[in-house]
Design a protein around this ligand. Sequence first.
Ligand code: NAD
Ligand code: IPM
Ligand code: MN
Length: 347
Amino acid sequence: MRIAFLPGDGIGPEVIRAAQSVLDAAAARFGFAYTTEWFDLGAERYLRSGETLPDREFARLRDEFDCILLGAFGDPRVPSNIHAKDILLGLRQRLDLYVNLRPVKLVDPRLCPLKGVAAGGVDMAIVRENTESVYVGIGGRFKPGTADEVAQSTMLSTRKGCDRLLRYAFELARTRRHQLVLCDKANAIEAAHGLWRLALKDIAKEFPDVRATTLYADVAAMRMVTHPHEFDVVVGDNMIGDILSDLAAALVGGLGLAPSSSTHPGVTALYEPVHGSAPDIVGTGKANPLAAILSLSMLLTDFGQPAAAAAVQAACERSVVELQCTPDLGGRLTTDQVAEWVAANLG
Ligand code: NAD
Ligand code: IPM
Ligand code: MN
């Protein structure tokens, strides 16, 4: 297992350091081998040299690593966010990592802002398309800074993009509760989102054992709050999936607990917490490392270490239940102390 660490900005390095210490402990406990390398990419480097993701480093990540564990990108000193677009969206798009999987599970009822939801009462997998929609960067500004300014961002859907993501989501539903809901705005965005519904109709025929439905994304947002237990596999395009994944995370403890993977079979895979660089808490020790550590657990699952992955996940869940966690989850530990606790409790 050749792992590249891209800590990035803000709390990114804090949570990646925490994840690395858990990786070291898991490898010692479960006896697997790996190599790691830290990459200096992010706002500091951009401000120093103007470089974001140079081709040489991109090629190394693509050719010399099995997977990437990434912290977060975004820095108030780079208001254009250009480095984050080049690095984060650049990796997803240039590696064609079309599946962004974001599992959401309630492990302790105290973390759910809704009344009367038991542990496990929220258990869904958000499957977000990760390469298309309005994220493709097609468009631009015309007469910028004038009263006549025009701004255009094109929403792009391809049939290939819909089909491959839906097939992945249906396969996933087969390993879960056999339910899939496509969330879109096909009522307003007739072309780009209408294509998703056409694709769903066809692909669903290949999976008669999965109950496939559609919801408009605005209603989906409401129902996630009122009836979260109804959701199993949730499919959305790049933008809808992004928004619903933060909403869903808020139902189970917030961004500090939300992991993700971005994958394409046979290609360097990317694992990252759903949260950003949280400039408001950087350097305070308040950054919750569990989202990064749970992303590491997803990595271990995908790279042939299911026992280690399960132990890491179980330790994370226990740390939450036993209040061995950061203040966002009601605990009093620092980032590093949570990592130490998880590393010491791998079963
Ligand atoms: P954010 O996710 O960084 O923070 C939102 C809120 O959640 C903040 O109050 C923050 O303190 C809190 N939070 C986030 N992660 C936390 C953690 N691990 N532990 C405890 N609290 C946590 O979102 P934002 O403030 O909108 O964005 C900040 C920067 O991060 C922006 O530049 C944004 O573009 C970028 N961003 C990057 C990614 C990524 O790299 N994947 C994702 C989202 C946002
Ligand atoms: C995420 C983030 C990114 C996205 C931003 C930082 C561009 O919100 O990873 O969820 O929208 O994909
Ligand atoms: Mn997001």
